[in-house]
Design a protein around this ligand. Structure first.
Ligand code: CA
Ligand code: CA
Ligand code: CA
Ligand code: CA
Length: 467
């Protein structure tokens, strides 16, 4: 399970935190002559081979109508302390050092005031670098069946067909917004800077002018560090590579004569940074998802989707509830299927296996597998005839990297943003389309692909050519 999402290979460390040794295990998987380094954080509190969670923390959802005294009594069963209120009646509680998290959850669940209690799972992103610098002509994921915009490169039927949409002058719109829930983004990158949100509702004056709970969230928010700097890689680009790469696939600037181009030449991306150097947590993932839902409801921003190229934890009712609230506001949740070669029908992969149908009346989650430039299912990619919706380019994908550079990564992390880019592109040409409409368009326009038959819901690959 924990191979599911790794990081770039710079994350292989042993680290000690809060007295708990964090074992970070590196597995090498050889595929296409690339070494995929999957790194995994496992706390000593985690069950053997189970997903990792933060020791001494639990998420607790209290039932509607419960009093403060009832909540305190429930928390008192496990000698817990309220650390943070995430959402109404949903809190992050601290347990005493050394507490058995699973036992505490059982005790909390038995209290009538508690709707559910669950671990604060740890997520990590997934990406594998094969070539540190962008090589011209390799952006196959944007190609289509015919030569259209580009004349210097060969067509590739297994690309997303974005070129064909561009040929029809469909290159996206800055009035379409996308949330990037990931690491941060080097927002000053010359191929991204024009497509990153600048918050008009909360100027940098030390005041939370729009009262969304985040002071000066100018380009989004860093939930990992609790600050408004969404890029923390400095002048050497030591962090936020993965988020910057994902952003470039969704919306690196096109037609500017430099670097790469995203599915959208124009789009507005907002950072929901929650993955730090050692991953992220359920608590912060929930806050990031809620952030975009709240931005949409508070300001009417046309946020059509969030991209979620991460995973690794177990099931979280709190996170599903947050995704469902987003779904109710017409925000798609587009997720990487995972990189553990696993069948997600048999072993659920989160968040890609979530389904919002029960709470929102449709499923806002789109799970994405990775294919290579020959149309094969990527050797690392998860799949699932009922749980993974489609395939998209995810092997040897060049995109933006800090600082002001480019590089090629592989992973379902790279496939998902092609689909998210497709959602934004579709929204730009179909004003008023609901999230369910966009989802239906994406799944309905896939091209049947042998490697995806029986391994995905659609049996096909992304095709944005007609958007
Ligand atoms: Ca402000
Ligand atoms: Ca604010
Ligand atoms: Ca920061
Ligand atoms: Ca460019």
């Amino acid at each position: 399970m924990n191979r599911h999402h790794g990081t770039t290979d710079s994350h292989s460390h042993l680290r000690r935190r809060s007295g708990i040794s964090k074992l970070i295990r590196t597995l090498s998987v050889v595929a296409l002559a690339l070494a995929f380094a999957f790194t995994t954080a496992v706390s000593s509190a985690a069950p053997a081979n189970g997903p990792a969670f933060v020791p001494n923390e639990v998420l607790v959802q209290y039932r509607a109508g419960t009093s403060e005294a009832q909540q305190n009594a429930a928390r008192g069963r496990v000698n817990g302390q309220r650390a943070e209120v995430i959402r109404e009646r949903l809190e992050l509680a601290k347990l005493p050092a050394g507490a058995n998290v699973q036992a505490a959850i059982a005790a909390l669940q038995s209290d009538p005031a508690v709707e559910f209690a669950e671990p604060n799972w740890i997520y990590t992103h997934s990406a594998t670098s094969d070539d540190p610098y962008y090589t011209n002509g390799s952006l196959w994921g944007m190609y289509g069946d015919e030569l259209t915009v580009s004349t210097s490169v060969a067509p590739n039927q297994y690309g997303s067909q974005a070129e064909e949409a561009w040929a029809a002058d469909h290159t996206g719109s800055k009035s379409v917004y996308v949330g990037v829930i990931d690491e941060g983004i080097q927002y000053t990158h010359p191929d991204l800077d024009g497509n990153i949100w600048v918050n008009p509702f909360d100027p940098a004056d030390g005041v939370d002018n729009d009262r969304n709970g985040y002071v000066d969230d100018i380009r989004g928010w860093d939930f990992a560090n609790g600050d408004n700097s969404i890029y923390d890689g400095g002048r050497k680009g030591t962090a936020d590579k993965h988020g910057t790469h994902v952003a470039g696939t969704i919306g690196a600037e096109g037609g500017n004569g430099i670097g790469v181009v995203g599915v959208n030449w124009n789009v507005t991306m907002i950072s929901g940074k929650f993955l730090g150097r050692f991953g992220g947590t359920t608590a912060n993932a929930i806050k990031a998802v809620n952030y975009f839902t709240d931005l949409k409801t508070l300001h009417g921003l046309n946020i059509v989707a969030t991209n979620n190229s991460w995973g690794g934890g177990g099931y979280s009712q709190g996170l599903l509830d947050a995704i469902t609230r987003g779904a109710q506001q017409n925000i798609l949740f587009i997720a990487a299927a995972g990189n553990s070669e696993a069948n997600n029908d048999e072993t659920a992969s989160y968040p890609s296996n979530y389904n919002t149908t029960e709470g929102a009346g449709y499923d806002a989650v789109i799970a994405v597998a990775a294919i290579d430039s020959s149309g094969r299912l990527a050797s690392f990619s998860n799949y699932g005839a009922t749980t993974v919706d489609l395939g998209a380019p995810g092997v040897g994908v060049p995109s933006t990297l800090p600082v002001d550079t480019y590089g090629s990564y592989s992973g379902t992390s790279m496939a998902a943003p092609h689909v998210t880019g497709g959602a934004a592109l579709y929204a730009s040409t179909h004003a008023g389309a609901s999230a369910a409409d966009i989802r239906a368009a994406i799944l309905g326009s896939t091209v049947p692909t042998a490697s995806l038959a029986g391994k995905t819901v659609t049996g096909g690959r992304l095709n944005v050519g007609g958007y």
